[in-house]
Design a protein around this ligand. Structure first.
Ligand SMILES: O=C(O)[C@@H](O)[C@@H](O)[C@H](O)C(=O)CO
Length: 479
């Protein structure tokens, strides 16, 4: 039916609803796609062909019009299903993410970018959700998917994500977590606890003491709040809880009747979230009526960007078992969220085993690294340039990320043969250096990088699929 256009149709995208057919076609520009609307073209902007067919660019206006017609292209809440977030800093990876998700039973969030990432890539929340939507459409995804406004820290962060139609809001109150409480004496803890904004917490220190100074019996163990444990939990996380309460109130005001779900993340803080502190956080979120579906504590050991888990896996297993027991105490009403979750292959089976699938996995930079892996094979001189550039940027760009790579372990390109280059994407230090410098790389090389990837899109999606097949296998729904 679309043959008359003489542009190859992407078969997976073709769909007919209410007598109108929609499809993506490729053009002679590498990587470029256009939307074809055959039938009722009202609301779309494009070039009208002789037979009335519309050929449309992938603009925000046309994305909006398509979402209005095809309900499954709107991000939606996913509840307590096992979920995975697929951050895509380049805006072209989603078809690969779809290929990997299909048939796994894992519910995807194909749009997921933090405020920090958007600042570095120069993309808006709308760009991110539109790119993910076009990718899902291209790959023929017809099921539910979500969009995560990740690591929102301030009240001002909220509005642009709500206007862009996000469904999942990750509140990161990390700036209000007081890590110094780990070593404070009781007098200091009390002073800090008394100074909290109790009004925002809709409570008082006395009320909190009445609520928590006791023993709570969980299925595997008990949590007993003595004076010190409670004062520390309150002094450490009370300010964060107050901030989450403020963020939730603003989100409700801005979202109005739009459905949404929330996560609270304190994974990017300096100290581990003790089990009693997880209990306090979850209990307070419930008391404050925060509609959270997942919680990202800071686990024992280290979850760093782009690499495997760093620490004692048995200790982590015990830690996850404890967190899962607290979740059960609260009626399995939320999921454990694994931030910086990519490449932690040893962690996934453990998380699944103890939570019974109440897991949310977040990934992002690993898809960008797969793009660099491809470039290391298809445009070697360019990869050499990127590598040397990132070595110059690392010390600056690492500052807001948890990474421990050292530059002396990352060779400069002159010290490597062509054949050795792709293997850098398997090396701890090189992965982290390449990972956290994405913003600077995109500022300097963005259009060239996009051009190379657009010339090799099918391969890029195959790289993504292969990489994510490994990630998702432990999360597959059985039966
Ligand atoms: O880089 C970022 O800012 C984000 O992608 C992450 O911190 C995100 O929350 C994540 O955990 C992805 O693995």
């Amino acid at each position: 039916m679309l043959q008359h256009l003489n542009l190859p149709t992407i078969d997976e995208s073709v769909v007919t609803v209410d007598g109108t057919t929609y499809a993506l076609v490729t053009t002679s520009v590498p990587g470029e796609r256009k939307l074809v609307v055959v039938g009722d073209g009202a609301g779309f902007v494009g070039e009208k062909q002789a037979d009335g067919t519309l050929l449309c660019s992938l603009t925000p206006e046309n994305a909006r019009a398509l979402r209005q017609r095809l309900a499954w292209l709107r991000p939606t809440v996913l509840g307590l299903q096992t979920t995975a977030g697929f951050g895509d800093r380049l805006g072209i990876a989603t078809p690969g993410h779809v290929q990997a998700t299909r048939g796994t039973g894992v519910a995807p969030l194909y749009a997921q970018q933090s405020v920090r990432e958007n600042t570095r890539t120069g993309r808006t929340p709308q760009n991110v959700v539109d790119d993910a939507m076009w990718g899902a459409f291209e790959a023929g995804w017809r099921e539910a998917w979500g969009a995560d406004a990740d690591h929102m820290k301030t009240l001002e962060d909220i509005e642009p994500f709500v206007s862009a139609g996000y469904s999942f809001y990750t509140i990161d109150p990390g700036d209000y977590v007081d890590d110094a409480t780990e070593t404070d004496d009781d007098a200091t803890l009390r002073q800090k606890a008394e100074a909290l904004p109790w009004h925002d917490l809709q409570s008082s220190l006395q009320d909190a003491q009445a609520r928590y100074l006791k023993r709570f019996d969980l299925d595997q163990f008990a949590i007993t709040f003595d004076e010190h444990t409670l004062l520390k939990a309150i002094a450490k996380y009370g300010g964060a809880m107050a901030h989450v309460a403020r963020m939730t109130q603003r989100l409700r005001e801005v979202a109005g009747s739009l459905p949404f779900e929330m996560e609270m993340s304190v994974d990017e803080t300096g100290t581990t979230t003790a089990l009693a502190e997880h209990f306090y956080i979850a209990s307070e979120l419930k008391r404050l009526n925060v509609p959270f579906v997942s919680l990202a504590p800071r686990f024992v050991g280290r979850f760093e960007k782009g690499v495997g888990y760093i620490g004692d896996v048995q200790e982590l297993e015990q830690n996850i078992a404890g967190h899962a027991s607290i979740m059960r105490y609260f009626g399995n009403s939320y999921k454990l969220s694994l931030h910086t979750g990519s490449d932690k292959f040893e962690v996934y089976p453990i998380a699944m085993r103890y939570t019974g699938g109440l897991v949310h996995l977040k990934t992002a930079g690993t898809s960008y690294l797969e793009a660099l892996r491809l470039i290391a094979s298809v445009d070697i001189p360019f990869f050499r340039e990127i590598l040397d550039f990132t070595r110059g940027r690392y010390e600056t760009d690492r500052k807001t990320y948890h990474v421990s790579a050292t530059l002396d372990k990352v060779p400069s390109s002159a010290d490597l043969t062509d054949a050795q280059l792709p293997d850098l994407l398997n090396q701890f230090d090189a992965r982290q250096v390449l990972h956290v410098t994405f913003g600077s790389v995109l500022d300097t090389y963005g259009s060239r990088l996009q051009r190379v990837l657009h010339e090799h899109l099918t391969e890029y999606h195959a790289y993504i699929k292969r990489h994510f097949d490994k990630h998702l296998a432990p999360f597959r729904r059985k039966g």
